[in-house]
Design a protein around this ligand. Structure first.
Ligand code: AMP
Ligand code: TRP
Length: 326
């Protein structure tokens, strides 16, 4: 069995881009692997958070994890800051990473674009991510395509430490979804669906009511030629909807194109609303059951205890290799 690790930020509600691009793989992977899933609250404070809201978001995301089918009996689910070794290993890795390579991270460049001076935490964010992964000896890291560069950096750091200090870390591999991995905004198919876009109708959140889903899909940006055809260059809006349709229904895009040949966008969009609503309803029901139950906190506490055992073992090995401690 392989060890799988992934993390998700507790910043607001998850949208179908997060689900199709990353989270859904988490559920499938737990059948044949040892999976560790982490809510990365330490990553989220690289930008300012309201403490009351952050606490709620952590529990929201934890409930959503359980609701989409992550089973705490099979997988370890926990909150990053409850296992001290993440911050501890991040420091050791910061001493083995370089300002040059961190300056090249596109996510950092984007997030710090408008300011002359950025928080050091934002700059070191990928090193903390490397610590998350390397602490658990992860073989596989399932993530969205936008995390490729961070996974490469993690591998570089692991190899660097192994070369300098002897075998210390497993060098992990990213697992990126090829098709359907990148879900675009419904109002602007040239940009990625995102949690932070001001237009609510640009995304579908996993907890959205059917009326909101319907509105967002029916009003989504397409084009005027009326043809349902996958072509991301000429028809980015329709291609994005085809992608969502295919990802939720499991039907290949080519079959969907045939099914709607000559029908225009109305019928296609209407069916898509139904497919999305039917897929999200059971998730929303399970979410409501667990969100305010004591069971949720108990499960997270168990997750912390299991994660901590693994993380401590790695830290012992790291300290030994580096000559740290007494
Ligand atoms: P976030 O918390 O927004 O950084 O994203 C959590 C996970 O979802 C990451 O693995 C992202 O790569 C993935 N993700 C975010 N937005 C999208 C999107 N529009 N399409 C596909 N995957 C996404
Ligand atoms: N950086 C990831 C994101 O923004 C979240 C993350 C933090 C993560 N630590 C991780 C993902 C470790 C995979 C493995 O989506």
């Amino acid at each position: 069995m392989k060890r799988v690790f992934s993390g998700v930020q507790p910043t607001g509600n998850l949208h179908i881009g997060n689900y199709l691009g990353a989270l859904r793989q988490f559920v499938d992977l737990q059948e044949e692997n040892h999976c560790v899933y982490c809510i990365v609250d330490l990553h989220s404070i690289t930008v300012e958070q309201d403490p009351v809201v952050l606490k709620e978001h952590i529990l929201d995301i934890a409930s959503l994890y359980m609701a989409i089918g992550i089973d705490p009996k099979k997988s370890i689910v926990f909150v990053q800051s409850t296992v001290p070794a993440h911050a501890e290993l991040a420091w050791v890795l910061m001493c083995n990473s370089y300002t040059g390579e961190l300056s090249r991270m596109t996510q950092f460049k984007q997030k710090s674009r408008d300011s002359e001076s950025a928080p050091t935490g934002l700059f070191c964010y990928p090193v903390l991510m490397a610590a998350d992964i390397l602490l658990y000896d992860a073989d596989i890291v399932p993530v969205g395509n936008d995390q490729k560069q961070h996974i490469e950096l993690t591998r570089d750091i692991a190899l660097r430490v192994n070369n300098k200090y002897g075998e210390t870390f497993i060098v992990p591999e990213g697992r990126f979804l090829r098709e359907g991995a990148r879900i675009m905004a419904l109002d602007d198919p040239m940009s990625k669906m995102s949690k932070s876009a001001p237009n609510e109708a640009s995304r579908i959140s996993l907890l959205d009511a059917p009326a909101k889903i319907k509105k967002a899909i029916m009003r989504s940006t397409t084009d005027s030629d009326g043809e349902i055809r996958f072509d991301t260059k000429e028809k980015p809006g329709v291609s994005n909807l085809l992608n969502i349709y295919s990802s939720f229904s499991g039907k290949p895009v080519s079959d969907i194109e045939k099914q709607y040949a000559g029908q225009g966008y109305g019928a296609f969009k209407k069916d898509l609303v139904e497919i999305v609503v039917d897929s999200l309803t059971p998730i929303q029901e399970r979410y409501r059951e667990i969100r305010h139950a004591q069971e949720l906190k108990d499960l997270l506490q168990e997750g912390t205890e299991k994660a901590d055992v693994i993380a401590r073992k790695t830290m012992t090995r790291v300290k030994e290799r580096f000559g740290l401690g007494i």
